[in-house]
Design a protein around this ligand. Sequence first.
Ligand SMILES: Nc1ncnc2c1ncn2[C@@H]1O[C@H](COP(=O)(O)OP(=O)(O)O)[C@@H](O)[C@H]1O
Ligand SMILES: [Mg+2]
Length: 340
Amino acid sequence: MTALKLDKICKSFGTVEVLKDIDLTVENGEFVVFVGPSGCGKSTLLRVIAGLEDASAGTVAIGDEVVNNVAPSKRGIAMVFQSYALYPHLTVRDNMTLGLKQEKQPKTVIDERVDKAVTMLDLTDYVDRRPSDLSGGQRQRVAIGRAIVREPKLFLFDEPLSNLDAALRMNTRIEIADLHRKLSASMIYVTHDQTEAMTLADKIVVLRDGRVEQTGSPMELYNNPANQFVAGFLGSPSMNFLQTSVKGQPDGVTLGIRPEHLGLRDGGRIMGKVTHVERLGGDTNLLITTMQGEALTVRLFGQHMAQVDDEVALDFDDAHAFYFDANQQRVYPDGIATAK
Ligand SMILES: Nc1ncnc2c1ncn2[C@@H]1O[C@H](COP(=O)(O)OP(=O)(O)O)[C@@H](O)[C@H]1O
Ligand SMILES: [Mg+2]
């Protein structure tokens, strides 16, 4: 059985079309990440699934039931927001139990579910505190706990880690992955952060301007992007795009090459000058301006002696090259555009 099926979802606010013909299937137990730049429609899509916004056209089915006319509270979903949305005057325990009390669940059920969630989220010592006496990470765990105790058919997360600092984001990301394994639940997770998408998803949905650009596993999208947008959005540092810098490159075609696939090679096809060196310890990133004036990044494994103003020659294995046409669609080496 599928957890969620969207069929041709459209959403407009006034005359502005925010979502355009979105089709999507989420399988039971799948972790699906919506990723795309700010304003591309991720939150709106999540809110349509939750029933907080009505779709202008198309159907939303949860399990086998079309839910377009079903109230949010009856859809079997639980949502976790970036802002946590906790009640400041309630304790951790009361924040977590409120929804269950409103559902009139028996006390034994409530206690059992809350105890389990609190243990799972390492909140045992904090159940009597108010949100103001918790760190940001702890507050977000309470918000997640409040979703868990509802035992929803589908979890919806809207940028839940955006308010946390970098170190905590990484820890919480691992905790969410772990939680997904333990609960075997269906989850949809929205983020603008490609690292979160790559590390959490079974399936990534790349959105741009209200449309799905490509759907697939992280490695499918990384290794086989359908177009220049997906190629450039996933991966850090991003893929390099060169119009003219490579000897023998046909006119009107953009070469895409990932930073880790470029190397310093005597007699290489790309000549340039080092403009900046990032020494990360484990890796060294060289920022280079080619003789044709195009900027690119080279990621070298380990520590490297290169200095600013060094003149360098670069090359790559042709098997790692991507080509894109003037419409930013993928062109395959035999010249046939079969992007999809
Ligand atoms: N209630 C609303 N009324 C009008 N426009 C809205 C409303 N909600 C969102 N939008 C617009 O829809 C677009 C997508 O917004 P949103 O879904 O929040 O993007 P994301 O979550 O990807 O950053 C934006 O251009 C935003 O301004
Ligand atoms: Mg958003």
